[in-house]
Design a protein around this ligand. Structure first.
Ligand SMILES: [Fe+2]
Length: 195
């Protein structure tokens, strides 16, 4: 048997309730916390002024310790919805160290968007069963382009660190919007105007 004190860890992904146990952290991110990351903050204000503050995404994370050599594992759920035309998405970040990450699609439809430091972007549809690999040095964000919850597993080196500054200031070079019921990748005007 594996106890909490064991060197060997056994972590369970509950694929009916979409829970991860054990977790060292569970976090819910609501629109009020994320509104500046969307390209249309007025649309976010409109939702918030109606008295709603929807959960955009939540995640479980299991980190043994944030030390070199360890991995952090997690399960993220992004809820369906839009702010203006832009789909609900994670904040997105770069790692402070050149550390890779991978995402494994479990449920729903979504996109993994990555961006190099010089602004090149690539993306992949993260359908159930698809693994998206983020190379070291690339920023990353996930976007729910479907009508239901978008759920995926991730893993990255525990000491990677997170840099949200560039993303907060400029966003990603591309954004994914609903165009007559279908996702469309377009240039982010805020990114273009800040370079
Ligand atoms: Fe990351």
């Amino acid at each position: 048997m594996v106890s909490a004190e064991s060197a060997l860890k056994a972590i369970t992904l509950d694929l009916k309730k979409y829970l991860m146990k054990p977790a060292t952290r569970k976090r819910e991110v609501r629109l009020s916390e994320l509104k500046e990351y969307f390209s249309n903050p007025e649309a976010a204000d409109k939702i918030l002024s109606s008295g709603r503050d929807p959960t955009i995404y939540e995640y479980y994370e299991f980190a043994v310790e944030e030390a070199a050599g360890h991995l952090s594992l997690g399960l993220t759920t992004i809820y369906p919805g839009k702010v203006g035309k832009e789909y609900f998405m994670t904040r997105g970040h770069f790692h402070l160290k050149p550390a890779a990450e991978f995402y494994y699609g479990i449920r729903g439809r979504g996109v993994l968007l990555i961006q190099s430091e010089d602004g090149r972007t690539e993306y992949v549809e993260l359908k159930p069963g698809v693994i998206g690999y983020v190379p070291p040095g690339w920023g990353h964000r996930t976007i729910n382009t479907g009508r239901g919850r978008f759920i995926f597993f991730f893993a990255y080196p525990s000491d990677a660190g997170h840099d949200y500054g560039i993303v907060k200031e400029k966003g990603f070079a591309k954004m994914i919007v609903d165009e007559r019921g279908k996702p469309k990748v377009i240039d982010n005007p805020r990114y273009a105007s800040s370079t």
